[in-house]
Design a protein around this ligand. Structure first.
Ligand SMILES: CC(C)(COP(=O)(O)OP(=O)(O)OC[C@H]1O[C@@H](n2cnc3c(N)ncnc32)[C@H](O)[C@@H]1OP(=O)(O)O)[C@@H](O)C(=O)NCCC(=O)NCCS
Length: 201
């Protein structure tokens, strides 16, 4: 299991990443219950705001134990949730699986490209990842572009990989190796970063 984080704040040119909180549930629910978002996710979405509040409360604890990292995306110049990004380590503690979503009003402004850059910085620089990877429905060209702009490349297509809304969907599998990240990004420094590991880790 990767290390626990007491706190995380990563600030780029446009976005700030910070831990998700129970109080984000109302914003998240409003932005998530939109078919333009949910149709692109494997997850079918929350059934109520209470469900997401309960999940976010639990995720605050999981950040501290290192079980999962659920990170809120905000604009640098305004608080309020735009979306989420979640590096997870289900296969191996040094393999970061990255998932994310953004509310429709915030699309196509470069926010997720920067959020992925910051999460790669977290994963490779601070959590010693050997590889980052993501899977993307083959209809979701915008998400593929976000990853490619961060140096990921398509390893292949996972055919009929996810059963969603009554049909089998193909997914691209994209990855970024540590050596590739080092060439592009090793010297990158966010505008501000504050990562506090859980005591005793
Ligand atoms: C996919 C998603 C995360 C992109 O976030 P974003 O902040 O809008 O992405 P960015 O603005 O950083 O970059 C998007 C890129 O895709 C391009 N793009 C957008 N829609 C496109 C389309 N239909 N076809 C081709 N390119 C497209 C944009 O022009 C931009 O590329 P550019 O910088 O070269 O112009 C966001 O749309 C989203 O949350 N969608 C719903 C949930 C989802 O798909 N999650 C990911 C699951 S794998």
């Amino acid at each position: 299991m990767p290390v626990g984080l007491e706190h995380i704040e990563l600030v780029g040119e446009r976005v700030r990443l910070r831990p998700i909180k129970e109080s984000d549930a109302a914003d998240a629910y409003r932005l998530l219950v939109d078919d333009a978002v949910l149709s692109n996710l494997v997850w079918d979405g929350p059934t109520s705001e209470a469900e997401i509040a309960e999940a976010y409360d639990r995720l605050e604890g999981e950040l501290k134990s290192g079980e999962s990292y659920s990170i809120a995306i905000e604009r640098v110049d305004a608080s309020g949730l735009l979306g989420c990004i979640n590096p997870r380590f289900p296969r191996h503690p040094r393999q970061a699986e990255i998932g994310y979503w953004l509310g429709v009003p915030y699309w196509n402004q470069g926010y997720m490209t920067e959020a992925v850059r910051l999460v790669c910085h977290l994963s490779f620089k601070h959590l010693d990842a050997a590889r980052a990877y993501a899977t993307v429905f083959t209809s979701n060209v915008a998400s593929r572009k976000v990853l490619e702009k961060n140096g990921f490349s398509v390893d292949g297509t996972l055919r009929s990989h996810v059963f969603k809304r009554g049909e089998w969907r193909d997914e691209w599998f994209l990855s970024l190796l540590r050596s590739e990240w080092e060439v592009r990004e090793e010297r990158y420094t966010p505008r501000h970063e504050n990562i506090v590991f859980t005591r005793g880790e």
